[in-house]
Design a protein around this ligand. Structure first.
Ligand code: C2E
Ligand code: CA
Ligand code: CA
Length: 629
């Protein structure tokens, strides 16, 4: 178009020159004059038209160059016909590349060179060929181009009838950015800038989809302890700052490929990939807790925070996201029940809180904080010395509406939910505190659950209880049941050995209910053997019980342990255990468990019972015990 305009102008110029030449020649004839007039008229028309065309051309150029979008036109020979300024700007084309007639292949080579890629002329021509072929279908085509400077361009090609085309370039960088921002916002937590619940779950689903059976993975569900307190005390701004700091620490503790997400509130989740052993997840949980525990500097506040983590492993614990989340949730529930700053790995077979809806379960959580537990004490009598040697602490739950609930109903739930760890620590401390007030020779016996030994720092808890209350270790006895021995033997042995070395006396409770433990008797530092009350209770009627009761007393003596008979309800059973050579006895015959305020009365009552017994039947001489090796 531009060429035709120029041609027209050149022609008009030539004609103007001719007109001037004519004016210099001799006076024209009429014909010549007419001809000249016509010519001048036509020339005038032509010049005006030319002027108009030039104006139009200028308008056209102005319009083209003021367009926000890039525009270019190529002919059927794939040569540039025209392009606007925006087109040149988008592709950063020099003036030489925007001239009419520039082959597309040349522009393409230049463009690729700017992108840092070398394109041979042959390859460029090949690209152009394919491009033309794609346009031959006759319908507009669209493509997105990512430019080296980060801009994103949408190009629309419109084919023309002569085999050429017009293309339009639209800079959609801002739109893309806002789309990406929207997409990002939908999948991330804006506060901590880590994946949100939705996105985290998506990643977990992907992990299951692309699952490699040789490479498991772990889900760690983390909940900050007492975050609400910080939030309430210092305000949401500080609370938010703390969450940000925690998220940053979690992020920096992970390896590439692992994912951390915020599930909401103060709950975070971690997807740990490539976990084929439980101890790898265990290590990460420890590391995360350690990193989180360090001081967080938030708006001038030095904050300390702790967390609980529940761990579940795929595919062992769950074969889909729901299952895995449920297992991690249960493990977290256990960890939280054990106290603060603890992680727990899901134990297959553990009863889910929802699977056995026990109304006591939910209430047990808060019972300790509400001070609903109490310790009752039952005397244990030394049959040879004829006096109370110790009191066994037995837990009671003073339920606000159901009244006194016996331990047989709530201890199993407490063990299952691992709340027993906190409850047991409380019992230890309370028992030591109470015993401090008793006459010097009287010890206190506290029951320890297997869960406590397994999952808490029971040794440290005992030391703390003794130090805080000032009770000498020699006045504390710990009763453990046979189930403890069946579990993690190495750990149990270590813990019991340390407690024994401290001077605390360890008794084996409920002995006889599981004879497999006979094997372990020598490996653990027991000082006392408490025969299960079921044997003692049945003494009068069952002769075989008498035999068992007797042989347990003999066994204890052989192993250099003291023997205790519990469940002594009558004078007859007391006589039988005395005859069997038991060192100590415990049971309703002497006293039921009593409140701490009833200790003195219980001691008196035991003395009366013993006196009555001695009048009826003098105590047998204590049997010789083997001297320790
Ligand atoms: P245990 O350690 O074998 O405690 C002795 C149980 O026998 C007590 O039941 C006691 O009241 C009962 N008993 C005492 N004398 C007699 C008797 O002459 N006849 C009969 N039939 N029973 C007698 P309690 O207090 O209901 O405790 C039941 C179990 O709960 C305890 O058995 C112990 O295993 C557990 N337990 C109680 N308190 C605690 C605690 O603080 N921590 C832990 N881990 N377990 C506890
Ligand atoms: Ca006991
Ligand atoms: Ca017992």
């Amino acid at each position: 178009m531009r060429n035709s305009v120029l041609k027209l102008a050149q022609e008009a110029g030539k004609q103007e020159g001719a007109r001037e030449e004519k004016a210099k020649s001799p006076a024209p004839t009429d014909d010549v004059a007419r001809l000249q007039a016509t010519f001048e008229q036509q020339l005038g028309t032509l010049l005006r038209r030319n002027e108009k065309l030039e104006q139009l051309n200028a308008c056209f150029e102005a319009a083209l160059n003021h367009m926000g979008r890039g525009l270019s036109m190529f002919d059927g020979e794939q040569r540039l016909v025209v392009c606007n300024k925006a087109y040149a700007d988008i592709y950063v084309l020099p003036a030489s590349m925007t001239r009419a007639g520039t082959p597309l292949a040349e522009i393409l080579c230049y463009h690729m060179q700017r992108k840092g890629k070398k394109l041979t002329k042959a390859a460029a021509l090949e690209w152009v060929k394919e491009h033309v072929a794609r346009l031959q279908h006759g319908s507009p085509r669209e493509e997105i181009q990512n430019l080296p400077d980060g801009r994103v361009i949408r190009v629309t090609y419109r084919p023309l009838s002569d085999g050429g085309w017009v293309d339009m370039q639209e800079d959609i960088t801002a739109q893309r950015q806002s789309d990406e921002k929207i997409e990002w916002l939908a999948r991330h937590d804006t506060l901590t800038e880590i994946p949100n619940r939705f996105h985290f779950r998506e990643r977990l689903e992907q992990q299951f989809e692309t699952f490699d059976p040789r490479q498991g993975f772990a889900l760690l569900w983390m909940d900050l302890d007492r975050f609400k307190e910080i939030n309430d005390r210092l305000g949401h701004l500080v609370g938010d700052g703390l969450l940000k700091s925690v998220a940053a620490r979690l992020k920096s503790s992970l390896r590439a490929g692992d994912v951390v997400g915020r599930l909401g509130g103060d709950e975070f989740a971690i997807l740990q990939v490539g976990v084929d052993r439980e101890d790898l997840a265990d290590n990460l949980a420890r590391r995360l807790l350690q990193n989180i525990r360090g001081t967080h500097d938030v708006y001038g506040h030095c904050l300390q925070v702790d967390a609980s983590i529940g761990v579940a492993l795929a595919p062992h614990h769950g074969q889909d996201p729901e299952q895995l989340f449920a297992c991690a949730d249960m493990a977290l529930y256990s960890a939280k029940s054990m106290g603060r700053g603890i992680h727990a790995i899901y134990t297959p077979g553990a009863v889910t809180p929802s699977a056995s809806p026990n109304p006591l379960r939910a209430e047990l959580q808060d019972a300790l904080d509400r001070g609903e537990f109490a310790l009752h004490y039952q005397p244990i009598v030394d049959l040879h010395e004829g006096r109370v040697s110790s009191f066994e602490a037995l837990m009671r739950w003073r339920h606000p509406s159901r009244g006194m609930i016996p331990p047989s109903e709530f201890i199993p739930i407490a063990e299952e939910t691992r709340l027993i760890v906190r409850m047991g620590s409380w019992a230890l401390r309370q028992a030591c505190l109470d015993a401090k007030e008793w006459p010097d020779g009287i010890k206190v016996a506290v029951n320890l659950s297997a869960v406590q030994i397994e999952s808490s720092n029971v040794y440290e808890t005992v030391i703390e209880a003794l130090e805080e209350t000032g009770l000498p270790p020699q006045r504390l006895q710990l009763e453990i049941t046979e189930t403890v021995l069946m579990r993690d033997q190495a750990r149990t042995q270590e813990v019991l050995r340390k407690l024994h070395d401290l001077g605390v006396l360890i008794s084996l409770d409920d002995f006889g209910t599981c004879f497999a433990t006979l094997n372990y008797l020598r490996s653990f530092p027991f000082k006392k053997l408490k025969i299960d009350r079921s044997f003692v209770r049945d003494i009068p009627e069952h002769h075989d019980c008498v035999a068992i009761v007797k042989s347990v007393a003999d066994l204890a003596r052989e192993l250099n342990m003291r023997s205790v008979a519990e469940g002594v309800e009558t004078a007859a059973s007391l006589a039988a255990v005395r005859a069997a050579g038991y060192n100590e006895a415990q049971g309703f015959y002497f006293s039921p468990p009593v409140r701490v305020s009833g200790i003195k009365r219980a001691i008196k009552q035991c003395a009366l019972r013993l006196a009555a017994l001695d009048t009826a039947m003098p105590a047998p001489k204590p049997q010789p015990r083997r001297t320790p090796k």
